[in-house]
Design a protein. Structure first.
Length: 149
């Protein structure tokens, strides 16, 4: 593995994050039924990327507050050759730290059933299954951060 760093995403990273997402969903043959990640937006929407080597984006993770006030982890993608080095964990832990700083009572995460590694990661971080997700076969997880959320 080459050198890498986790950093806040910029609007210029949007295309690279979308390309990474497409690559990962194709890996699991989900391109026809799993949506692209949302565009980077202003407000309570945060995104981080893993940049490797010469500026290649090899990982991403987003966190946003929905209009209903729920906090959602999204766009958790990592190129296959960069898995197993703790980068996904670093991305999610960073997002959870920001959620706590903003007073989020809980964070939810949805993933296709085929994303076994992502589901295993969030369970190791304390998320519990919260029922089916929105897309066919998806799983939904929730982590309570504070109080009785």
């Amino acid at each position: 593995m080459s050198s890498y760093w986790v950093r806040p995403a910029t609007p210029l990273d949007g295309k690279a994050v979308r390309d990474l997402a497409r690559r990962v969903v194709r890996e699991f043959r989900l391109a026809a039924r799993w949506p692209d990640p949302p565009a980077l937006a202003d407000g309570q929407d945060f995104m981080w990327v893993v940049e490797a080597g010469r500026g290649e984006i090899v990982g991403s993770c987003g966190l946003r507050e929905t209009p209903a006030g729920a906090w959602e982890l999204h766009s958790l993608y990592l190129a296959p050759e960069f898995r197993g080095f703790g980068l996904g964990r670093s991305l999610v832990e960073n997002a959870l730290l920001v959620a706590r700083r903003h007073g989020a009572p809980s964070v939810v995460f949805g993933a296709p059933a085929e994303f076994h590694e992502a589901q295993s990661l969030v369970r190791r971080l304390g998320f519990t299954e919260a029922g089916p997700g929105e897309a066919g076969g998806a799983r939904r997880y929730r982590l309570v951060l504070a109080g009785l959320a």
